[in-house]
Ligand binder design. Structure first.
Ligand SMILES: *Cc1c(COP(=O)(O)O)cnc(C)c1O
Length: 341
C-alpha cells in the first residue's frame, strides 16, 4: 500500500546512525531504545527490527499491548507502566518481557504470583511513577531485579534536580541488589559519565530529536511528504484559507497539499511552517486546515501531483509551532504511508 496522498519518508540509516552515536556517547554502558507510542510514531516493529540488527538488545515500551507488538523481535522488553492485576497473564507469558514494577502493590502482586525476573522503577524526585527512593528495604525484598531504573525530570536543562536525582539513585543502587542500573534518557546521556550507570534508554534522539544543545551529530529520521492536489494563482489583495487570515500583498502561486492538523501538522504551523519543493522553501499561507495546507510556491516549479517535503527538523519545527519535539513525532496521524529508505 503506497498510494496515499501523504507519506512519511523514514531514514533507516539515520536511525541506526543515531543509535550508534548514542551508544558511543554512553561509554561502557549498554544503549537501549525507548519504542513506546509505536516507536514515537515511526512504527515500533520497523524500529525494533533495525536497531536489533545494529546490536541493540534492550527495548522499553509503556503497555503490555505495546510489548506484545514487539515481543517476537526484541531480545529484552521492559514494560514501563508495570503490571496491574489485569496484566498478570500477559506479564507471565514471556521471560524476556518484564514488568517495570512501580508501586508496593505491584511488587507484592509480582512476588505472590510467583516472582521471577522483573525491573523496578525508583522515583528519585520526579513524583511520577516508581517506588520512593527512601522506601524501606522491605519494599524491594524478595524481587529478582534485572534492571533497577530511575528517570530524570530535567535532563534537558541545567537544573539542580539532576545531580540530586543521580546521587539518590546511586545510593539506592548501592543498597538494592539488581543485575544492572539505568538512569539516562536521551538528554541524560549528555549530562556526563556519572549519569550513565549500566544501561541508557534514549528515545527522542534516536528519532532525530535534539534533546539538548550538547547533542551534536544526530540525523533527521522523519520527513513527512504530501502531494499537491491543486495549483492555483491568488491575486494581490485576495485572502487564503479559513477566516481569511492571510492576504496576498502581490499575486502568488499557491499549491494545496494533502496534509493538515488531523495528520499531526498542527495549527501552530499556520503562516509559520515551511515546505520544500526540492531546495525551494515554500511558506505556509493562512491557517492549517484539518486535511489541507496552502503553501506559496511562487519561488519553485511545482505541478499538480508533485510531492513536497514538510520542514520537520524537530528542533526548528518545535520552535516554529510551539509544540514539543515529542508531540511532533507522536502526533503524526494514521493516514501516512510509511516508506523506509
Ligand atoms: C520515554 C522514556 C525514556 C526515553 O526518553 P527520551 O527523552 O525520549 O530519550 C526513557 N525512560 C523512561 C522511563 C521513559 O518514560
Amino acid at each position: 500500500m503506497t498510494d496515499a496522498p501523504l507519506r512519511l519518508r523514514l531514514d533507516g540509516a539515520a536511525l541506526v546512525h543515531n543509535w550508534r552515536t548514542l551508544s558511543e556517547r554512553s561509554g561502557p554502558a549498554a544503549c537501549g531504545a525507548a519504542v513506546k507510542a509505536d516507536g514515537y510514531g515511526l512504527g515500533a516493529r520497523d524500529v525494533v527490527r533495525r536497531l536489533r540488527e545494529a546490536g541493540c538488545r534492550d527495548f522499553f515500551v509503556a503497555t503490555w499491548a505495546e510489548a506484545a507488538a514487539v515481543a517476537d523481535l526484541a531480545p529484552s522488553v521492559s514494560v514501563l507502566h508495570g503490571a496491574r492485576p489485569e496484566d498478570l497473564s500477559d506479564a507471565r507469558r514471556w521471560r524476556h518481557v518484564r514488568p517495570v514494577l512501580n508501586t508496593p502493590a505491584q511488587a507484592a502482586r509480582w512476588r505472590e504470583s510467583g516472582g521471577g525476573p522483573c525491573d523496578v522503577m525508583v522515583d528519585t524526585g520526579m513524583n511520577r511513577l516508581g517506588l520512593r527512593w527512601d522506601a524501606p528495604a522491605t519494599a524491594f525484598a524478595g524481587l529478582e531485579i534485572v534492571t533497577l531504573l530511575s528517570h530524570l525530570a530535567c535532563a534537558d536543562e541545567d537544573h539542580p534536580l539532576n545531580a540530586l536525582q543521580r546521587d539518590r539513585f546511586a545510593a539506592v543502587a548501592a543498597r538494592v541488589p539488581a543485575q544492572r542500573t539505568s538512569l539516562a534518557n536521551s538528554a541524560g546521556i549528555f549530562l556526563g559519565a556519572d549519569y550513565r550507570f549500566d544501561l541508557t534508554r534514549p528515545g527522542l534522539a534516536l528519532y532525530g530529536g535534539v534533546p539538548c544543545p550538547a547533542a551534536a551529530g544526530l540525523r533527521q529520521v522523519v520527513a513527512p511528504q504530501a502531494q499537491v492536489l491543486q495549483r492555483r494563482r491568488m491575486l494581490a489583495g485576495e485572502t487564503a484559507g479559513y477566516n481569511a487570515t492571510y492576504r496576498a500583498p502581490a499575486d502568488q502561486e499557491l499549491a494545496i497539499l494533502n496534509i493538515g492538523y488531523a495528520d499531526g501538522y498542527g495549527r501552530g504551523f499556520s503562516s509559520v511552517g515551511t515546505v520544500f519543493a526540492g531546495d525551494g522553501a515554500c511558506p505556509v499561507r493562512g491557517l492549517v486546515s484539518m486535511d489541507l495546507l496552502i503553501v506559496d510556491v511562487s519561488a519553485a516549479e511545482v505541478a499538480e501531483g508533485d510531492w513536497l517535503t514538510i520542514d520537520y527538523a524537530l528542533d526548528r519545527a518545535a520552535a516554529a509551532s510551539g509544540r514539543s519535539q515529542y508531540e511532533l513525532l507522536t502526533g503524526l496521524g494514521s493516514r501516512f504511508d510509511r516508506v523506509w529508505l
